[in-house]
Design a protein around this ligand. Structure first.
Ligand code: NAD
Ligand code: DAU
Length: 356
């Protein structure tokens, strides 16, 4: 497939910025249009190194704005959409579910409907087109500590407002394939980590707190398990699936890399302390057990063998190596961190952890 104009939504966010960078650098013959509303989580500083490239365009827009999406698709003659824009933080969804339904459900529907109207207006219709929706393993619910894994056949059982909204958007995407014949793909990925992640998520938040010797709020007993994947490996999977994935398929993406939260926290403390030249164990007492997240999913773990078998993708980094790289990046990019934690951030932080 020779795609010429691709919209990437949410390209100023964490994963989106890695996907935009990969596509802009790897495919100079494509035009990459980054559509992002620049919410608190969107940051154009994430894309400084590629913003001057001739095959890149940034459009500040809300995906819920159907008219704007349709006219942009018409103007740019878009033939591919990689959709990452979303509200992505579970804790925020617990406090404000409406925003999650609006962006994740209605925003996805607005993009689907705009793509449908534009592509169906063309003589070749859906030929050579692709709508690729990036989703999460959280739609499958939670696993027990029994070694089982989420496969592409696992039934949807979302628990948080975030995962319920993502599940709903996945259903709309599949419905547009089944009803109108739109060439869609959905992938469900596990927890990502790496540079440019907003410090509300466990890994960048805790790296920053350790650096500043602030308490590390571990939810519950710290025994919940997540399956961690380095963000550049996710971006690489998205590239492969966008180009070679089968229409209407679902692919799970994961790291085969399960860690209990408390073990990650200990690894982060020892890595940050070593890199800052602090004595071993100097910051162990920052660990602070706090009230658990409401409805906290016990364990996520992805079976990504279908993707490995059919498209040859596999994770490239060992977790310890990825964490070392990630911690170094945050320590070396304190300006980036200071910038995203200025403004409203402290208010968010105090509010989120107040009374826990
Ligand atoms: P993020 O919160 O870092 O970035 C989201 C981006 O979307 C931001 O740039 C934000 O400005 C933009 N955005 C939000 N609402 C918008 C709107 N209405 N219109 C246009 N832009 C809007 O998120 P992330 O962690 O990079 O996640 C990206 C996608 O990947 C999401 O769909 C998420 O569900 C999915 N995902 C994330 C992970 C993870 O571990 N972070 C894992 C699996 C799947
Ligand atoms: O599994 C994929 C999902 O991973 C994505 O779909 C989400 O967008 C992404 O945010 C992430 O969700 P989690 O809820 O797993 O990520 P988070 O970094 O918020 O939390 C990871 C674990 O750490 C989780 O068990 C909750 C715990 N935690 C988190 C924070 C922020 C703490 O113990 N303390 C904290 O302060």
């Amino acid at each position: 497939m020779n795609h010429k104009a691709i919209i990437i939504t949410g390209g100023a966010g964490f994963i989106g910025s890695h996907v935009v960078r990969l596509f802009v650098n790897k495919y100079p013959e494509y035009k990459i249009i980054n559509v992002d509303k620049l919410t608190y989580a969107g940051n154009l500083a994430n894309l400084k190194d590629i913003e001057q490239k001739p095959n890149y365009r940034f459009v500040k827009a809300d995906i819920c704005d159907f008219e704007a999406m349709l006219s942009l698709m018409q103007e740019e003659k878009v033939d591919g959409i990689i959709h990452l824009a979303a509200e992505s933080h579970v804790d925020r969804s617990i406090k404000d579910p409406f925003t999650f339904a609006r962006t994740n459900v209605m925003g996805t529907l607005s993009l689907l409907q705009a793509a449908k109207i534009y592509w169906e207006s063309l003589p070749e219709k859906y030929e050579g087109k692709r709508f690729y929706h990036i989703s999460t393993d959280e739609v499958y619910g939670a696993l027990k500590m029994d070694g089982s894994l989420f496969t592409e056949e696992t039934k949807y059982q979302p628990h948080s407002p975030y995962s319920a909204a993502k599940a709903s958007s996945d259903h709309f995407v599949r419905a547009f394939h089944d009803t109108y014949g739109m060439p869609t793909i959905v992938t469900n990925c596990s927890n990502n980590y790496g540079p440019y992640q907003f410090p509300e998520k466990l890994i960048p938040l805790f790296i920053n707190n350790i650096r500043h010797r602030k308490p590390l709020p571990v939810y519950g007993k710290g025994e919940n398990v997540r399956d961690w994947l380095f963000v550049e490996d996710h971006a690489r999977a998205i590239d492969i699936i966008f180009h070679k994935g089968k229409t209407a398929e679902t692919y799970n993406i994961g790291g085969f890399n399960e860690w209990k939260n408390i073990d990650i926290v200990k690894l982060l403390i020892s890595t940050v302390d070593r890199l800052l030249g602090r004595p071993e164990g100097a910051d162990d007492d920052l660990i602070t057990y706090v009230t658990d997240r409401a409805g906290h999913d016990l364990r996520y773990a992805i079976d990504s063998r279908k993707l490995q078998r059919e498209l040859g993708w596999e994770p490239s980094l060992q977790f310890e190596e990825g964490i070392e790289k990630t911690v170094r990046w945050y320590l070396d990019n304190q300006d980036w961190m200071d910038n995203v934690t200025s403004g409203d951030y402290q208010r968010y932080y105090d509010d989120m952890y107040k009374g826990r």
